[in-house]
Design a binder for this molecule. Sequence first.
Ligand code: ADP
Ligand code: ADP
Length: 222
Amino acid sequence: MRAITAGYDRRAPAVRDATLTVSPGEAVGLLGPSGCGKSTLARVAALLHRPDSGEVVVDGTPVRRWRHRAPRELRTAFGVVFQQPRLSADPRLRLTDLIAEPLRATGRRASVPGRVADLAETVGLTPDLLTRRPHEVSDGQLQRACLARALVLRPRWLICDEMTAMLDASTTAALVGVVEDYRASTGAGLLAVGHDRTLLDRWCDRTAGWHTVTPPGLVCGT
Ligand code: ADP
Ligand code: ADP
């Protein structure tokens, strides 16, 4: 990301002139106090939020053709996990369908059963949990499903925005381990947003604080 200014009000951008590079295979932490613009920058990185100015370059190619997001064929290179599980608008969907949704949305129906079973095992969801609906499982189980869904299209880039902020220590360790294994086996790059320096330092190769993202800096919004 080069010289990104982004937010929700052009007169008071949440992110000002932020520059941050994540290389293939690299794990970069983004650390800073609540409200300073980390999530906004993460959503720009995931091509889910169009910056007001600046450029997002993915695999050497600047992203053009933004609407409020970038086109889906570019976004499928990214797997994204948020702090709050963001699943489907349809509360009747079972975890298995939620995990499979990106496959179906991109026309890869044939690979659904095998891929969902593999990922469920990877993230530690038993078959009986897969048939439940989001309100029938714990926060940790739901976040395991969200991570499985983020990985289902085998993204080259992972964006984890406070992925473990709501989770207990053992679930946190399990999910960080899943991301680590995925990166080790695929060479995917990671941008991990958090407020816990200890966790990010352990998890990431380097950590950019809101004051060190660049000069001139990811300036806190007001
Ligand atoms: P962080 O992730 O560091 O907590 P955010 O990127 O979520 O920071 O928020 C940066 C600023 O943008 C904050 O002032 C926040 O209130 C504001 N903001 C975040 N999301 C929205 C939104 N959807 N609409 C308007 N303002 C928002
Ligand atoms: P549309 O462009 O039609 O709004 P969406 O962006 O909603 O499509 O994508 C369709 C489905 O695929 C949604 O369930 C969405 O969560 C999922 N999806 C899309 N991109 C990703 C991604 N990078 N990682 C994980 N799931 C994704």
